[in-house]
Ligand binder design. Structure first.
Ligand code: PMP
Length: 425
């Protein structure tokens, strides 16, 4: 381990990192590891959508003319496919516009303005309210809370989901805590999948707030990277069995299945929640894009069809994850300068670097043309108290650019890490 090295050896390692860095600086790199976007070849997998539902195919299975207004719940045949994958009874799953994030945003707006089932009043009339934010987590979740002035309480993520000791203690004691963000499978950015026990506790735990909601963002439910199709316990069924049917809002989308910008978002919940949702939604829309629903149903066919399609994504992106992990290992193993996740699915690898170095590493990478997600992004308000988490999104760049970018990143990790260690000596 280089942690045991003396000043002379450290200086040699730092010199070598400096040399690599200035060589990279001279190359005029322009690389981007920031956002978890599908690459163009992944989008190509769904190009058939551009000619579906096909000339003269206008009607849903029940005879609905998909071109017209109406059908607020979304097309039944598409809902049936995703009911299975998102673990929501089809009658309680709605298909909407192209984005699940906008549904999560809507959920906050509606809960602020209209009392939820089980609530005595709307959230906006309840004084300051709070949300639990497992960290590291998804920056866009946290931005929604920030936008509406909802205080976030960070909860540490563990290998099995959020630290349930902390969660259960907090929610039992404080009625102003109205909910928790949850990415149950292949979490953004840790790749963690919630254990059955975590899901059970979330479903069953006593909460001081009668209108507590789990925002169950199952964004990566079918996004496997290995032969193992990891499963998550059925939170809605467990909560319903525990007498908390209204506790769960399920979200999902086809953004990383078909087209990220032209897919379908889903919302699922208890009957009472769905009624509440549709009542509010009916003021906002006369009906979703059912032509898009129809072409998605035709293209994907069934839940099995979705999984077969996801195998094609996996063939394209698993090598990118493997390359990233290989370079991290080649460059950082034994240095004590980083540990990283090895996800079985999803879109991200989390790199943890020594405390106080992440933002410096991201800044140094930017100076040589490698864009990384801002350090701190995985924490509420963009503030990582340890300044140690870097999120790597390997899917979008070409393999060649990805390898160059990860190598450059590891050079910055060494540069900043050895500098810090020398200073501490
Ligand atoms: N949730 C999570 C956890 C995500 O990682 C993302 C995309 N990065 C989204 C939601 C966005 O979903 P959509 O495209 O359906 O709005």
């Amino acid at each position: 381990m280089t942690t045991d090295l003396g000043a002379q050896d450290l200086t040699a390692l730092l010199d070598s990192a400096r040399q690599d860095y200035s060589e990279l600086a001279g190359r005029g790199l322009k690389l981007d590891l920031t956002r978890g976007k599908p690459a163009p070849d992944q989008l190509d997998l769904s190009n058939e959508l551009l000619t579906l539902p096909g000339e003269g195919v206008l009607k849903a299975a029940d005879g609905t003319d998909t071109r017209n207004y109406g059908g607020l719940n979304g097309l039944p045949e598409l809902r049936a496919i995703f009911a299975e994958l998102l673990q929501v009874p089809v009658a309680q799953l709605l298909a909407s516009g192209n984005s699940s994030l906008e549904l999560m945003h809507d959920a906050f707006v509606q809960a602020l303005l209209s009392p939820l089932p089980g609530a005595q009043s709307r959230w906006v009339d309840q004084g300051p309210i709070k949300f639990l934010a497992p960290v590291p987590g998804y920056d866009r979740h946290f931005s929604i809370c920030e936008r509406f002035g909802i205080e976030m309480i960070p909860v540490p993520m563990t290998e099995t989901g959020p630290d349930m000791e902390v969660v259960t203690r907090l929610v039992a004691a404080d009625a102003s805590i109205k909910g928790i963000w949850a990415i149950p499978k292949y979490s953004n950015p840790t790749g963690v999948t919630y254990s059955d026990d975590t899901v059970r506790q979330l479903a069953e735990m006593p909460t001081a707030a009668p209108d507590f909601r789990i925002f169950w963002d199952n964004a990566y439910s079918v996004h496997h990277l290995t032969d193992e199709r990891v499963e998550v316990a059925d939170v809605l069924a467990l909560a319903t069995a525990a007498g908390h049917a209204d506790r769960v809002f399920v979200f999902g989308s086809t953004s990383k299945i078909t087209f990220a910008g032209a897919g379908v978002g889903f919302f699922g919940a208890s009957e009472a929640n769905v009624k509440w949702w549709l009542g509010n939604l009916s003021k906002r829309s006369i009906g979703p894009d059912k032509v898009n629903h129809l072409r998605h149903a035709a293209f994907l066919g069934s839940a099995e069809g979705v999984l077969a399609h996801m195998d094609k994504h996996r063939a394209l992106i698993a090598p990118k994850f493997q390359a990233t992990l290989r370079i991290l290992s080649e460059q950082l193993d034994g240095t004590g300068l980083g540990t990283w996740t090895e996800p079985k699915g999803g879109y991200f690898i989390t790199l943890e670097v020594p405390e106080g170095t992440a933002s410096d590493i991201v800044a140094r990478a930017a100076e040589i043309g490698v864009a990384l997600t801002p350090a701190g992004a995985a924490h509420p308000l963009g503030q990582d108290p340890k300044d140690s988490i870097i999120r790597i999104a390997p899917t979008f760049p070409t393999l060649e650019n990805l390898e160059a970018a990860v190598l450059a990143l590891t050079t910055c990790v060494k540069l900043v890490g050895y500098e810090q260690r020398l200073k501490q000596q």
